[in-house]
Design a protein around this ligand. Structure first.
Ligand SMILES: Cc1cc2nc3c(=O)[nH]c(=O)nc-3n(C[C@H](O)[C@H](O)[C@H](O)COP(=O)(O)O)c2cc1C
Length: 168
């Protein structure tokens, strides 16, 4: 079984999760930035990671990739990082938007965890006229230092279980 772990990152947090996932899986495996992926030919399973970005949806390169016709029907597991805390009610809606962006693939699992929101982005969001943006920007403090060792361990275990389930 050949597995690809690929990701989009702006500030490095999704890369940390990608590395944990890569570490958690055994067998023939590859780790690549999404920009370097030409095709999913030859992979039995692909982990695709991205941060939630503007308009509460997947970072654009990932959304575009997941909609490529040649990706349709392929087994894909998503890993998502977000600045908002896990208990922010809107997070469920954003995660559903992310899953919907992957509606063409065979979705075999979804992992998510917090990734520290940059100070620069927080300042910008606190000035937003959209009160939802302001509300979650205020949850930034809970994300400082994320993804932490516990989140990365969770990612490792999830990846291992996801690959195990495909093998069995
Ligand atoms: C332009 C931009 C938009 C963002 N929008 C959201 C958002 O809508 N919801 C959210 O929870 N986090 C949002 N974030 C926070 C990122 O998802 C989070 O910090 C993520 O872990 C960053 O991952 P990266 O370091 O791999 O780029 C946004 C960050 C940026 C830079």
């Amino acid at each position: 079984m050949r597995t690809l772990v690929t990701y989009v990152t702006r500030t490095g947090h999704t890369r940390k999760v990608a590395e944990a996932i890569f570490d958690g899986i055994t067998g023939d495996k590859e780790l690549k930035e999404l920009a370097d992926v030409d095709s999913l030919d030859g992979y039995d399973l692909t982990f695709v990671g991205f941060p939630i970005e503007e308009r509460f949806s997947p970072a654009e390169p990932a959304a575009t990739f997941l909609r490529r016709p040649e990706v349709a029907g392929r087994p894909v597991a998503l890993f998502i990082t977000h600045g908002a805390s896990d208990d922010l009610p809107e997070l469920r809606v954003w995660l559903n938007t992310c899953a919907a962006a992957a509606s063409q693939v065979e979705l075999v699992g979804v992992f998510h965890c917090q990734g520290e929101l940059s100070e620069q982005m927080t300042q910008k969001m606190l000035l937003s006229k959209d009160e939802r943006v302001v509300a979650w920007a205020r949850t930034r403090e809970s994300g400082i230092g994320q993804p932490d060792a516990t989140s990365l361990q969770r990612a490792r275990r999830w990846a291992s279980e996801t690959v195990g389930a495909r093998r069995s």
